[in-house]
Design a protein around this ligand. Structure first.
Ligand SMILES: Nc1ncnc2c1ncn2[C@@H]1O[C@H](COP(=O)(O)OP(=O)(O)O)[C@@H](O)[C@H]1O
Ligand SMILES: [Mg+2]
Length: 228
């Protein structure tokens, strides 16, 4: 698939879901490359060092390593058009999420056109604990020109409220019957489609129209390296 075949609406909320190793980060990187090509601003809030850093090979794509206990001038970082944030080896998930929460607050009140990628979003948007700023972002982000891409490998832990606000789901093959059943509540034909999915293929499901298609693994071609 030429990257241009992936249509990127002006404003969107997407969920990318799949088990570890299914290809979420690879596909997310593919989307970011297309955003960069179209000069549409993005910020990635990553949870692992090597997930998406390869994107920084592109001109104008900057990276910021989040160190434990360090204070950041977020406004300076946020003046960049294309940004990848990732934790150092010593940064705990709790501290990282606290920083990302703060960042989301700033982004929300900043109101510029931007795509926000939240990796392992179940940390900030779980079934049991939904961060208020994430809820605001999915409910009100549209009017502010803020689009969001959530990724998760823990589909049953991910906030159903947030998922129900998503216009599309990109989902890889699942193996555990309980997961497949669970997903079928949001994507009625999933059990059948799941059988057709091969390694790294992704189902694109439109929740507004019920339309879907399978994007084959070989159609997803990165131009930057993927270290994940
Ligand atoms: N479409 C694809 N074509 C070829 N290799 C892929 C594709 N998607 C993922 N991979 C490979 O599969 C591995 C896992 O992908 P990754 O995106 O890191 O998984 P996840 O983020 O879901 O854990 C990586 O080594 C990646 O290079
Ligand atoms: Mg990943």
């Amino acid at each position: 698939m030429p990257a241009g075949d992936l249509d990127l609406p002006g404003n969107f909320r997407w969920l990318i879901a799949g088990v570890t190793g299914s290809g979420k980060s690879y596909f997310t990187g593919f989307i970011c490359e297309e955003l960069r090509r179209q000069r549409r601003r993005f910020i990635v809030l990553d949870t692992k060092k090597d997930n998406l850093r390869g994107l920084a090979d592109l001109r104008d794509v900057h990276e910021v390593k989040i160190l434990p206990g360090k204070a950041y001038n977020w406004y300076r970082a946020l003046s960049k058009d294309f940004l990848i944030m990732y934790p150092s080896d010593r940064t705990t998930t709790d501290e990282l999420m606290e920083k990302y929460e703060m960042l989301l607050e700033i982004l929300y009140s900043n109101d510029r056109n931007l795509v926000i990628v939240i990796e392992e979003a179940h940390h900030l948007a779980s079934q049991w604990k939904l961060d208020p700023i994430v809820e605001l972002l999915v409910r009100e982000g549209r009017g502010k020109g803020l689009s969001v891409i959530f990724t998760t490998q823990r589909i049953q832990d991910f906030s159903k409220l947030v998922w129900s606000q998503c216009d599309r789901t990109y989902i890889f093959k699942w193996f555990i019957p309980q997961d497949i059943n669970y997903i079928s509540r949001m994507i009625p034909e999933f059990e059948n489609i799941n059988r057709q999915l091969q390694k790294h293929d992704v189902l694109e499901y439109n929740h507004q129209t019920g339309e879907w298609r399978i994007i084959k693994a070989h159609e997803i071609k990165r131009i930057t390296p993927h270290y994940g």
